[in-house]
Ligand binder design. Structure first.
Ligand code: MG
Length: 372
C-alpha cells in the first residue's frame, strides 16, 4: 500500500489524483490533503477519504476550522515530511509549491510533480536535492510522463532529441490581427484538455509549452537544443524520443490526465483501472506542424530565458503568473501577456540559480510585472 499526500487537492490535477486513488483502493491510500484556500472542498475531501492530515496555505480570517492541522508554507513543509507519507503529489499552482517540494525531496519522499513552475523556477536546486537524497522525482505532466515512458526504450546518453507536442490551443488558426480582441472566455476554451484557468491560458499563449521545455531540460538532463516542440492538434502523441540511431519512440494515449497520474503513483507497475482506451481508427489522422513563433511569442521568450539561464527562467515564470492573473481579471489584453513578460526579462540581470537568488528573483519579477 502506498500512502499518498496531495498538495493542491482541490484543483483539477488534485481531483483527478483522488479519482485515481478511488480506482485503486488496494494499492493507494490518501493520508494527507492540502490546498491554497478552499477549505470547504478540502474538508469534504478529507471526510470522504478518511484523511486526518489536512493543510491550508492561506487561512481565511481567524475563523480557522479546527480540523486544519497544518497552516502556511511552513505547515506544508512539515506535512510532506511526515512519517506516514510515501508519495507527495505536487499539484499546487505556481511557485508556492517550491519549498514543500524541496522539503519532500530532502526527506527522501517520492515526488510526483505536476507543478511545472517548480522546475522552471528552480530546476537546478530541485534536481540537486533529489539526487542528494536519492528521492525519486516522477513527472505527472502528460508530455513529461510520455517522454519518461519513451526514454525507457534506451539509455539516457543514447537520446538525441526529445519532441514535446502542443495542441496549439484555441487560437491555432485564428487570424493574428484579431488577437488584441481575445476575451477571457475564448482563452479558457481549450480544444482537448480540461484544466485549471492559469494553465489553460498558458496553453493558449503556449507559455505552457515553453515552461515544459525548461522543465524537460532539467528532468531529463538534456541540452536546450535537444528539446523541440511540434504542434499536434489531436493531443494523442504526447512526446517523441529520438535516439542516436534515428529510431523514434513515442507515447500515445487519449488526453486524460488520470493516466500520467496513475503511472506516476504506481511506477514501475501498470494496472488496468478501466480508463478510456485509445482507438486509432476513431482518431483517423495525426498531424504535426512546426510552431509559428509570431503566433506564440511566449514560446520564443521561454527558449530565450532558458538560453540565458541563471535566474532568467524564474523571472519568465513569475512575470507570466502575474500577467495571466491580470488577464483573467480583465486588467490587461491577451497580447499584453508576452509584452509584460518580455519587459520583466529585459529589466533583469540574471544571477546564479541558488535557492536564495531564485526566491529573490521571483519576488523581484512579481513586483516589476505588477508595476508595469
Ligand atoms: Mg503538459
Amino acid at each position: 500500500m502506498r500512502r499518498v499526500l496531495i498538495l493542491g487537492s482541490t484543483g483539477s490535477i488534485g481531483k483527478q489524483a483522488l479519482d485515481v486513488v478511488r480506482r485503486l483502493p488496494e494499492r493507494l491510500q490518501v493520508v494527507g490533503l492540502a490546498t491554497y484556500r478552499d477549505h470547504k472542498t478540502l474538508l469534504a475531501q478529507a471526510a470522504a477519504f478518511g484523511v486526518r492530515m489536512v493543510g491550508l496555505i492561506e487561512t481565511v480570517d481567524t475563523a480557522l476550522p479546527e480540523r486544519i492541522s497544518f497552516v502556511g508554507e511552513e505547515g506544508l513543509c512539515a506535512m510532506v515530511q511526515h512519517d506516514e507519507v510515501d508519495i507527495v503529489v505536487v499539484a499546487l499552482g505556481g511557485a508556492i509549491a517550491l519549498k514543500p517540494t524541496l522539503a519532500a525531496l530532502e526527506a527522501g519522499k517520492t515526488v510526483a510533480l505536476a507543478t511545472k513552475e517548480v522546475l522552471v523556477a528552480a530546476g537546478e536546486v530541485v534536481m540537486r536535492t533529489a539526487r542528494c537524497s536519492n528521492a525519486p522525482l516522477l513527472p505527472i505532466d502528460s508530455e513529461h510522463s510520455g517522454a519518461f515512458q519513451a526514454m525507457l526504450a534506451g539509455k539516457q546518453e543514447q537520446v538525441a532529441r526529445l519532441i514535446l507536442t502542443a495542441s496549439g490551443g484555441p487560437f491555432r488558426t485564428r487570424p493574428l490581427e484579431t488577437f488584441d480582441s481575445i476575451t477571457v472566455e475564448e482563452a479558457l476554451k481549450h480544444p482537448n484538455w480540461d484544466m485549471g484557468a492559469k494553465i489553460t491560458v498558458d496553453s493558449a499563449t503556449m507559455m505552457n509549452k515553453g515552461l515544459e521545455v525548461i522543465e524537460a531540460q532539467h528532468l531529463f538532463g538534456l541540452k536546450l537544443e535537444q528539446v523541440e516542440v511540434l504542434v499536434h492538434p489531436q493531443s494523442i502523441v504526447h512526446a517523441l524520443v529520438e535516439f542516436v540511431d534515428g529510431s523514434v519512440i513515442g507515447q500515445l494515449s487519449l488526453p486524460d490526465m488520470r493516466l500520467p497520474i496513475q503511472y506516476a503513483l504506481l511506477y514501475p507497475e501498470r494496472v488496468d483501472t478501466g480508463l478510456p482506451r485509445l482507438r486509432m481508427e476513431q482518431i483517423g489522422q495525426l498531424t504535426f506542424e512546426a510552431p509559428d513563433l509570431a503566433r506564440y511569442p511566449c514560446l520564443k521568450l521561454a527558449y530565450e530565458a532558458a538560453r540565458i539561464g541563471g535566474t532568467m527562467p524564474t523571472v519568465l515564470n513569475a512575470a507570466n503568473e502575474v500577467a495571466v492573473r491580470a488577464f483573467l481579471k480583465g486588467c490587461i489584453r491577451f497580447t499584453d501577456i508576452p509584452r509584460l513578460v518580455e519587459r520583466a526579462m529585459q529589466a533583469h540581470v540574471p544571477m546564479p540559480p541558488t535557492l536564495e537568488n531564485v526566491l529573490e528573483a521571483d519576488q523581484w519579477a512579481r513586483a516589476i510585472a505588477l508595476a508595469s
